[in-house]
Design a protein around this ligand. Structure first.
Ligand code: HSE
Length: 426
């Protein structure tokens, strides 16, 4: 039976999950995988935490040098998060010829080329299933289950915190602030929630996933990003009444004009399978030219779900020593030869507070007409004391034209406020 020694850098939530899966299921891995996997070393500043999980004192390393000089360690698991010291630890591990398994999406989105170059040079493995969508095996699906396909699109709910917040705003009518507070209380959102609510976390994941899906480096800087902090619960309710559900979507499309990649709040039809993905759950919908549509659904975070992805990488790495790397030019800042779409076509939902007077509607629709935007639906939802609220749904129009329209509308005396503007994906 093959013996595999693992080191875990960081025994936080995810590191603790990895430790408990590896130790509690040791016999199971012997039986089902023919692998004798042992945790040989852990690096954790909080020694009491390590001891309370059952780590032996002699297995607690005091430096990365301790870990990489340990001949019993074959695989180093990095679950510290953030850029430093993770980047240095991962590079040092690879430099010493150890295979690395990481859950670190920010590190991967920003330093993938550098890490991969080192892994290649040292003939070491570099695995990152847990970096995207937690326990959902999306990376292995893209790398090992879709080879027959040109992937046309990837769309997903790839951030659980924002999905929890939007679900509460949709189902309970909570304000953004109340939903965020509850997400923080439950431990989904951090004290500083920026990475999740402003869409950075989803952008890092989409950068990794769309690179694999479209076989070219998609830098996170190539991705348009908009978070959920400006979302008003009234727009969610009006959209719902019109047959739409609001989600923060990561969208990647491989179009004849180039790659279109964005993260933004999006209305989708209530019967879209992604509309029923609620709370902190994640899901990814793929379209391949051979297989058609597939969708993966599950937990995008948490000790055991993310631990599941890491352990699957450990098992995979233990059974494959002919490591393979990305087949595309994995350069920092993206592949200069790849074309990206900057002006895509999309439908818009807009809610305006306007003067309730003769001729106002024709003035407003005139702005859309001048920019060649055709309207699908115009609805007045309230009128009191000379003020009216209207909702406009457009037919697909260029993003640049929609942006210009919003600017021109805001400049009209008759428009008091643009209360909401949300893209619709059908
Ligand atoms: N904070 C992330 C989320 C989980 O809410 O989905 C880790 O990427």
């Amino acid at each position: 039976m093959k013996k595999v020694g693992v080191a875990i850098l960081g025994l936080g939530v995810v590191g603790g999950g990895v430790y408990s899966i590896l130790t509690e299921k040791s016999e199971f891995f012997k039986k089902t995988q023919n692998l004798d996997i042992t945790v040989e070393s852990v690096m954790e500043k909080n020694v009491d935490r390590a001891l309370s999980l059952g780590v032996k004192r002699e297995n607690i390393a005091s430096s990365i040098e301790d870990v990489i000089s340990n001949p019993n360690v074959d695989i180093v698991v990095e679950v510290i998060g953030g850029i430093e010291p993770s980047r240095t630890f991962v590079l040092k591990s690879l430099m010493s010829g150890k295979t690395v398994v990481t859950s670190n999406k920010e590190l991967f989105a920003k330093f993938w080329p550098e890490l991969e170059e080192m892994a290649k040079k040292m003939n070491a493995g570099l695995f990152f299933e847990a970096s995207c969508v937690g326990g959902v095996p999306i990376i292995r699906t893209l790398q090992d289950g879709m080879q027959a396909n040109v992937i046309e699109s990837i769309k997903g709910i790839i951030n659980g915190t924002t999905n929890y917040i939007l679900t509460k705003m949709t189902e309970e009518g909570w304000s953004y602030e109340d939903a965020l507070k509850e997400a923080q209380r439950l431990g989904y959102a951090e004290f500083n929630p920026t990475a999740d609510v402003e869409g950075f976390d989803a952008t890092y994941k989409l950068s990794i996933l769309s690179s694999l899906a479209f076989n070219t480096k998609v830098s996170f800087e190539n991705i348009y990003r908009e978070g959920i902090t400006g979302i008003d619960k009234d727009d969610i309710a009006y959209g719902k009444a019109m047959g739409y559900t609001l989600k923060l979507l990561g969208i990647g499309k491989n179009t004849p004009n180039g790659i279109d990649v964005r993260v933004h709040p999006t209305f989708i039809r209530n019967d879209n399978p992604l509309a029923s993905v609620n709370d902190s759950f994640n899901a990814v919908h793929l379209v391949g030219d051979s297989v058609g549509e597939i969708m993966l659904y599950g937990r995008g975070a948490g000790a055991l779900p993310t631990g599941s992805a890491i352990v699957s990488d450990i098992v995979f790495a233990s059974k494959h020593d002919d490591y393979y790397y990305t087949p595309f030019k994995n350069s920092t800042g993206g592949n200069k030869e790849t074309k990206f779409v900057s002006d895509y076509k999309v439908k818009y939902y807009m809610r305006l507070s306007v003067a309730d007077a003769a001729g106002v509607l024709s003035k407003i629709t005139g702005v859309f007409a001048k920019l060649s935007i055709s309207l699908k639906e115009v609805k007045q939802i309230s009128a009191e004391e000379g003020k009216a609220e209207i909702i406009i749904i457009t037919h697909p129009c260029y993003e640049s034209a929609a942006k210009k329209t919003l600017e021109k509308l805001a400049a009209l005396d008759e428009v008091y406020e643009i209360k909401g503007s949300i893209r619709i994906e059908e």
